[in-house]
Design a protein. Structure first.
Length: 85
């Protein structure tokens, strides 16, 4: 029973650090989950990129146009509409 507990615990958290990955080794009983691990790693990477993008997007929203641009007589109607002027 203890071997099953240790083995199950060691592969449960794969592909994260500290866990065993089943990639066809003898102790993995021939199970090869390489594609699944790659998919999980890609999803984690995509999530990190998405979070980074959202932070930058929020920072961009918080920026205010310069006062020179607001007062310039050369600002087009379209630009004024975009800035809510």
């Amino acid at each position: 029973g203890m071997m099953v507990l240790l083995y199950g615990t060691s592969i449960y958290n794969a592909p994260h650090a500290g866990s065993l990955q089943l990639k066809g080794q003898w102790w993995a009983l021939g199970m090869n989950l390489t594609r699944e691990y790659e998919a999980v790693e890609q999803e984690l990477h995509d999530a990190e990129l998405h979070d980074e993008w959202e932070k930058k997007r929020e920072q961009f929203k918080m920026r205010k146009p310069s006062s020179m641009a607001e007062r310039s007589p050369h600002v087009s109607i379209h630009t004024q509409a975009l800035h809510g002027l």
